[in-house]
Design a protein around this ligand. Sequence first.
Ligand code: PLP
Length: 373
Amino acid sequence: MNEKIWLSSPHMGGTEQKYIQEAFETNWVAPLGPNVNGFESDLENYLSNQVHVAALSSGTAALHLGLILLGVQQGDEVLCQSMTFSATVNPILYLGATPIFIDSELDTWNMCPIALEAAIQDRIAKGKKPKAIIPVHLYGMPAKMDEIIAIANRYEIPVLEDSAEALGSAYKGQKCGTFGSLAALSFNGNKIITTSGGGALVTKSEVLKEKAIFFATQARDAAPHYQHSEIGYNYRLSNIAAGIGRGQMEVLEQHVDVRRKWNQRYQDFFATIPNVTVLKEPSNDFYSNHWLTAIVLASFEQREALRFEFESQNIETRPLWKPMHLQPVFEMYPFYGTSVAASLFENGLCLPSGSNLTENQWERIFLVLEVFF
Ligand SMILES: *Cc1c(COP(=O)(O)O)cnc(C)c1O
């Protein structure tokens, strides 16, 4: 059997172990220390010098704390892109709030601004103004942020940006993760950079960053003994994991360049194949890290046939995210839109996109594609 080709696997740059070694030598083996601070400032410098970053144990934790900082409570409503990973939605339920799902549009596959505004008007008419909007930059493709932010401002509803897949992406020259009042990043094993597991909350204020760290470290009041006036969480990133993150920040731009190059290879191949479209930047306003290259095939049957063909060659591919409003655990919540996300899910497939794919592996991938088409 040929060795397995993964959709996206961890890709170390080489200096990660140096930072881990330092952590061991200085005995900073804890959820705090110089690597945590260093990783945060690397991220701040990379994103923009106007943001503050709190390093956390996961992207899910970042979304959870983000909702808490926005004041989301039991019984509140939160508007959320339906086509996404379940981790976008789960924190809404952790807080006893209700997700209101929004369909995608066909240009970026992300939150449809028209459906978003219709949902806001309808929820207000029904007597409740939603507390937050969570757009997602799926597969690294920036959502239509101008439209979404304009609507958010018009109705004065804060945006919590799920930028878990989009570190390195930008919209109109501005980095994803810097648009919302708050944003979440993820450094899970298959993301564009990894800390083996980790995430971060991006804020525009030092005060909110300190507040996030306060909640992430069990909400301890300033007292010599352990005193608590609020519910806390154990969500801080470890100094070991942050060491991996510092090494990964040194190669982030390279990883983005490679994934963009792979995307171009797929675009070139599919340019001549009828009825198959590759998710691509709708205009020069959009700059995607192309975390994963995704295609939409002519039918569900063709999608499955191609997926099985890859599987028989030990190559991993994956259907697109199944929309949340179609998930057994979430299907009882309101949904606004039509069938855009549902039909993308029916016919869509993510292709191997790791920045560490070798030319040899590429030959195997393209052999499958050439024979199939
Ligand atoms: C990965 C991911 C998350 C969650 O991040 P974790 O670090 O795995 O908790 C949230 N949203 C999206 C869109 C993701 O892809």
